[in-house]
Design a protein around this ligand. Sequence first.
Ligand code: FES
Length: 165
Amino acid sequence: MNHTTIIRRPDDITDEMLIKVDEIIARRRGTQGSLIPVLQETQEVCGYLPVFIQEYIATGIGIPGSAVFGVVTFYSFFTMVPRGRHTVRVCMGTACFVKGANETLNRIQHEYNVEVGKTTEDRRFTIEAVRCLGACGLAPMTVIDDDTHRGMTSNKIIDVMNGYE
Ligand code: FES
């Protein structure tokens, strides 16, 4: 009996993306330690590493899919779920919390209809609640992508987030 599982290609993985992934694999094939750089570059192209892509890479490099899966799940910078174009990190450390970080987070969830740890349906934002970011003097603070925003109360946060398309 044939136990081969057909893994469906997610709708958001386009032909153009696969062509780029082919190029990434071709550039690194045969090089030792190429798996992690291949996965990093592929994640930049596809936004995440679904099982379909993991199998695609495994076949391309000529290693078992389980080896790829092991690496993807080991390193926290790899993700198997789609992320938003922007990552919003609301600091929930003590200094930020006492200045209303919780209300900020609630406002975001309500405004964009998204839960903490999840991505909005339009893939615009991924929302995270994080521990002290080490800049308590700026409390309450939120980091969007690489930008630090001080004094991010529930009144201000939506205006700021709307500056990110
Ligand atoms: S508690 Fe938010 S930066 Fe320290």
